[in-house]
Every structure is written in C-alpha cells, then in structure tokens.
Design a protein around this ligand. Structure first.
Ligand SMILES: [Mg+2]
Length: 415
C-alpha cells in the first residue's frame, strides 16, 4: 500500500505544520512513501497492539551491487558487494530494514552462508514480538560466531522498527545528539604512483582524512606512503591499514620507517589471532595501533584490553553482529579508556547509515571509516546518510531513515 508523505508524518504525531522543516527523501519520481502491506494509520495500529506487534513476514533478498573497480587489500580482493537484504514486516504494517555485507577473508562468511542462516532465523522469529530485540539476540547468538553479518542485518532491522515506533531517528532513539561525524576515504593497494593520484583526487573532493591500505613489504609500503604524502601535502591526515599483512618483525620495521610521515594510527598490523604479537608491535611502534580483525564481539574487546594489545578499536557492525554489540564494545572500551572507530566492509548506504546512527549516539567513537558505498556503481538507497566531502549528515526521519528504491528492489532475487 501507499500513503502520502503528509499522512505518514501525521501518523508519527508530527502533523503537517512542521512539514517544511523536515527533509523528506523522495521515492523515485513519486512523492509517496511505500510501506508495502499494512494499515494506513500506523499510530493507531501500534496503539491497538499495545506496542506488541508481531513479525508477520520476513523477506530475504540477494542484494548484489557491483563495484567501480576491484578493491584490493593485503588479504584479498573484493569485486562486488554480495550482500543480503532483510525486510521484517509486522502485523501493524511497519517494516524494518537490514543489510548483511559478508566478506569471506575477514568474517569467514559468504552470501550463501548468510542466506542459509537467514532462512533458519526466519523460522525462529516468525510470529514473535517484533520489538523484543534482546530476546531475539539471545536466540540468534549461535549465529554470531559463524554468520555475524546476517545477525547484524536482523539486529539492524529490529532497531529500525524500534525507531519507527518511537517516531525518532535512530540516533535520537539511542539518546544521541552528535552532528560532527566525518569519515575518511580509503585508497586500496596498488602502485605508489596510482595510490598517490587517488589520494589527491579524494583530497580535492573535500576529504580531510585518507586511509591507506598497506601490509606488503615494508619498503613498498614506505614508497606508497611517501608518494601519497608528497601528493597531498602536510595537512590531510593519513591513517593506514595493514590488514594482517605483516609479520611482527616486518610490522615493527615498517612502522619505524613510516614514523616520519606523521600517521594517525595503524590498523591490524599482524594476524588477527596473534594477540601477543599485536601487543609486542604496540610496545615497539612509534605509531598507535588499532585492533580490527582481532576484534569481532564484546568478548574480544575484553581479551584485547586484558592483553594491553592495542591503543584503539575498530568496531564494525558486520563483525560485531549488529548495533547492540557495537554499542556494548564502545562502552567496554570507554571503561578501559580506549577510543574507537566505526568501520565498514563494502556495504550500501543502508548499513552505513545504521553505523553512523550508532556513532552519533556515542562519544567514545571518535573516528569514522564509513565510505563503503563510494565504490559502488549504483546507490539503491533512498534517504539515509549523506556525504559531503567527508562530512556525514544523518536523516531526521524515524528509524534508520532509509528505503530501498522500489525499482531496484523489484529486480532483486528473493529467497
Ligand atoms: Mg581494517
């Protein structure tokens, strides 16, 4: 079904008086919001159900988006975002959206394993209370180790529903009020000259922080950073990511060589499982160390803190199996006086918007690496976060504030 935007705002208790002040994303050429099935008056439906709406249907889609060019890092190459889209439809007509972005070399999942897990989770959750996020997370726990990204997609869709029921953008629902979010943009592995050219283009587009992939030989990596620093000058910030590519001695050598280029931090210099090695590198490195692939779930955060293995955490919604765990990690880190970054895989603006909402609601997340969609050939998301240079602006519409373009959705293969 379709309702007009004015009707939609009325159902949220926003009335029409404020219509002109609220940015309304357009759906294709139409000026209507499309909710699929459901009653026309959402608020009435929510009231009648006493906030106990049930999960009526869960739609699972193969969500494929090609990349402009292959994206190379030390442990693998990505040629497309082979994601999974989840739509949780309630008996009140509200729909929650979520996205999984599995990346085999890091999380050990594929689109197919995510889809298989999603079928099981669908069977578990159908008919259940759509707002009982904590209970659903408990049930999905066995999948957090094996398919964290698909759990993230469900968790995200439940948060979308909670925000919509509350009539608040998700970051406000989570108690946030930040508007200072700024992301870096990533230069992937290539010849030093090509990487320097890309970095320069990003700086010209307004990005103030460049993240550079390294993790091959320390000599080649130094040549990359030297070329980039020469191309972009002294002002832009450079942070690097070795993606586990170095051994401990290589990491120490590389980081000492790179000190003079004034780098902000280095992500994951050594193998994810080598927590002792990470600690040794941190002790010897003149550049702060951030754990990325060593950190998935809250339990990993505790292990890294106990080992004194890093200066910063890179939280990713896909590794953490969702927003709830991402928030838990940020809180654990805060108690240990460790600052965090919110990172990404190659997800669309749907999952990136979810991550940005979490960041806007947490002052312990001080860095953002939310550029995944910039390498996509198409952007199928309507609404959601906007990027201007590196500056992120969040939508003020309830929940995640995202819809999938209906024309794009129609073409997706449904499970
Ligand atoms: Mg990383």
């Amino acid at each position: 079904m379709k309702i007009s935007r004015q009707e939609f705002l009325k159902t949220l208790g926003l009335g029409t008086a404020v219509l002109g002040t609220i940015p309304i994303p357009l759906l294709s050429s139409s000026s209507e919001w499309n909710f699929g099935a459901g009653p026309s008056n959402q608020t009435e439906a929510i009231k009648k159900s006493s906030g106990r709406m049930k999960i009526k249907e869960i739609e699972i889609y193969y969500f494929d988006i090609p990349l402009n060019q292959p994206f190379r890092i030390a442990i693998g190459t990505v040629t497309a975002a082979s994601d999974v889209l989840i739509r949780i439809i309630t008996d009140s007509g509200l729909i929650g959206l979520g996205e999984a972005s599995p990346f085999l070399p890091i999380t050990g999942e594929t689109q197919e394993t995510n889809v298989t897990a999603a079928r099981h989770i669908r069977e578990m959750l159908l008919g259940r209370d759509a707002l009982a996020l904590e209970s659903h997370l408990k049930e999905m726990k066995p999948f957090m180790q094996t398919n964290p990204s698909i759990v993230a997609a469900f968790d995200m869709a439940f948060y979308d529903l909670l925000g919509k029921v509350a009539g608040l953008p998700l970051y406000r629902f989570l108690g946030g009020d930040r508007s200072d979010l700024e992301t870096d943009i990533t230069v992937d592995l290539d010849e030093p000259k090509i990487m320097a050219k890309r970095a320069k283009e990003f700086v010209n587009r307004g990005f103030r922080t460049i993240k550079v992939k390294v993790g091959q030989s320390p000599q080649l990596d130094e040549a990359r950073i030297r070329a980039i620093r020469e191309a972009i000058g002294e002002n832009p910030t450079i942070r690097i990511d070795a993606n586990q590519g170095w051994t401990v001695p290589q990491a120490i050598e590389a980081l000492r060589r790179l000190e003079k280029y004034r780098l902000e931090f280095c992500e994951q210099p050594v193998a994810a499982s080598d927590i002792d090695g990470l600690r040794v590198v941190r002790e010897e490195s003149p550049i702060p160390i951030m754990a990325d692939e060593s950190l998935f779930l809250p339990v990993d955060a505790i292990r890294l803190i106990k080992a004194g293995a890093c200066d910063y955490f890179n939280i990713k919604v896909m590794k953490a199996a969702g927003l709830a765990n991402s928030i838990r990690i940020a809180h654990i880190a805060e108690a240990a006086n460790i600052r965090c970054m919110l990172g990404c895989m190659v997800e669309s603006r749907l999952a990136l918007t979810a991550a940005a909402h979490v960041m806007a609601a947490n002052h312990n997340i001080i860095f953002a690496d939310l550029d995944g969609f910039t390498s996509h050939t198409v952007d199928p998301i309507i609404g959601g976060m906007k990027l201007d240079g590196g500056k992120i602006t969040l939508p003020e519409t309830p929940g995640l504030g995202c819809e999938v373009d209906p024309a794009f959705l129609k073409k997706l293969r449904r499970v």
